[in-house]
Design a protein around this ligand. Structure first.
Ligand SMILES: *Cc1c(COP(=O)(O)O)cnc(C)c1O
Length: 497
């Protein structure tokens, strides 16, 4: 038997590379990532590949081993050079992500040590570290001592956590789902609706409250709707506001909604997945951005979603749910199990009591390390820069003939070009977006609001600066000019027929 065990140990040896092998692997990956970052100013924001990485299937998963050189080559072609490039400062679509280098280092550290960050008992240091990040986020919101939260994989899961706790704290049982009422607007992120469905609340009454001309919830209509529902014998229990909608970056009137939620005893959830980080630019001494007033009332909410993998420029995989009162997360998520009996009664809350997860990635390190390494000032400056860049773009894009949507509250703006023949506006703007995508230097996305097609710009990459915005404006101008010429020639030809 010993012989057999020793033979198996030999066969399993590749699981533990020796120091020279580790160095060789790291050297290769370091060379690759350095090249990747150095090339970013010239690489595309969007790769319109026809192969879409399909060649990856040639690498079957079996008992062979493949060299790191070969794998990196395949990776570059099939993964990094297809689709969107979120690391590019010219990614101006959807809500851009980040990918600061410090977080990559932190993920490496976390993976090598593999601390068990689900339970305080298992890794008091790791849990304390994550809890420090959570408390810092709570202080940004303005939550008092009872405030706490959980680091999730992203905003969708954070919204789901909030809705599950709202359901439990407000005692919505399956037998009264149909008479329970939720209030939101048409601009709420679709993952909120998804969360309602997953949380068993799809049969609840879901009221879509109309918005003002800046796409913010009309609080007068919220209140009359609640009153009508109460009169009809229904039970209003949840209002979901957005602090930074995905479409246009608008912030609902949080303070007024808080007033109403208080009067009618509603759970008040704020989806600030995108907008939440801007609290850092709004905090401390009021600067000339005048953002503080926009966020007023956020501290009165019951729960807030923030996505550090958006506004704090982290690589994908970090969201946060924050609650005014930690007991609400406990109510939904904490369970006792015999095999965990050694882990109870610890000095700090454990993530596993506040989330559906038990074993989890030590994800807090990727936020904590950069905050410690470079401090909060560069984040704050970058966020202020994004807002100014958006205001700058909003002015300049009008100067080159574009129509614009409402003045941007954060770092998203919508705009469209109305050619002389108004009827073709949608086709024309679609053509602009298609042209941009084919070329790939910039990536933008579009949206349709109240039947009008708009091009969006969302400025949130830490690599987007004045140079990128000026280049984009020049690019837009060029496309418009050539499309107009094309239209003109077409019209001329038609006239000749
Ligand atoms: C991005 C976003 C979400 C979804 O978050 P994920 O991290 O993508 O799951 C939810 N709400 C808003 C407002 C968002 O911008």
């Amino acid at each position: 038997m010993e012989q057999k065990i020793k033979a198996l140990e030999q066969l399993a040896r590749p699981l533990e590379p020796d120091p020279a092998q580790r160095k060789a692997l790291l050297d290769q990956v370091l060379q690759y990532t350095n090249q990747f970052i150095n090339d970013l100013p010239n690489s595309k924001a969007y790769y319109e590949s026809t192969h879409e990485g399909v060649a990856l299937h040639e690498l079957s998963i079996d008992e062979r081993s493949v060299s790191i050189e070969e794998l990196l080559k395949r990776y570059a072609f099939n993964v990094d050079e297809t689709g969107l490039n979120p690391a590019s400062g010219r990614h101006l679509g959807y809500i851009p992500g980040g990918g600061i280098f410090h977080s990559a280092i932190a993920d490496y550290l976390a993976a090598v040590g593999n601390r068990y960050a689900g339970l305080f008992f298992g890794s008091p240091g790791a849990v304390r570290l994550e809890n420090q990040v959570i408390r810092w986020l709570c202080s940004l919101i303005g939550y008092a001592e009872q405030g706490f939260g959980n680091l999730t994989s992203g905003g969708s899961i954070a919204n789901l956590a909030a809705i599950a706790s709202a359901r439990d704290v407000k005692k919505i049982k399956s037998r009264n789902v149909e008479t329970s009422v939720v209030y939101l607007t048409q601009q709420v992120h679709h993952c909120v609706l998804k969360a309602l469905r997953i949380a068993g609340l799809w049969e609840a009454q879901i009221r879509t409250i109309k918005m003002d001309d800046r796409f913010r919830m009309r609080t007068d209509l919220l209140e009359t709707s609640i009153q009508a529902d109460i009169k009809a014998g229904l039970k209003p229990f949840l209002v979901v506001a957005s602090a930074g909608t995905t479409d246009v970056g608008s912030i609902d009137p949080l303070d007024k909604i808080a007033d109403i939620a208080e009067v009618y005893n509603l759970w008040f959830h704020i989806d600030a997945a995108y907008g939440g980080a801007f609290l850092l630019a709004a905090a401390e001494n009021e600067n000339d951005l005048n953002l503080k007033a926009e966020f007023k009332g956020i501290e009165r909410s019951d729960s807030v979603t923030i996505d550090p993998h958006k506004g704090f420029f982290l690589p994908y995989g970090l969201g946060a749910i924050l609650v005014k009162d930690i007991s609400s997360l406990y109510k939904t998520n904490s369970f006792k199990a015999n095999y965990l009996q050694d882990t109870y009664g610890t000095a700090e809350p454990s993530p596993s009591d506040l989330s559906p997860e038990l074993t989890k990635h030590f994800r807090g390190l990727r936020f904590w390390l950069p905050l410690q390494l470079i401090g909060t000032a560069p984040f704050k400056a970058a966020l202020e820069e994004k807002i100014w860049l958006t205001r700058y773009f909003y002015e300049k894009v009008q100067a080159i003939g574009f129509e614009v949507g409402p003045y941007p509250q954060l770092s998203v703006a919508i705009y469209r070009y109305v050619p002389s023949n108004n009827e073709e506006a949608t086709d024309f703007n679609q053509a602009i977006v298609e042209n941009l995508r084919k070329e790939g230097t910039f990536f933008v996305s579009s949206t349709t609001i109240e039947k009008v097609y708009w091009i969006r710009i969302a400025i949130l990459s830490f690599r987007t600066h004045l140079r990128e915005i000026d280049n984009y404006l020049a690019f837009l101008e060029g496309i418009v000019k050539s499309l107009e010429e094309e239209m003109f020639t077409k019209a001329q030809l038609q006239n000749h027929e």
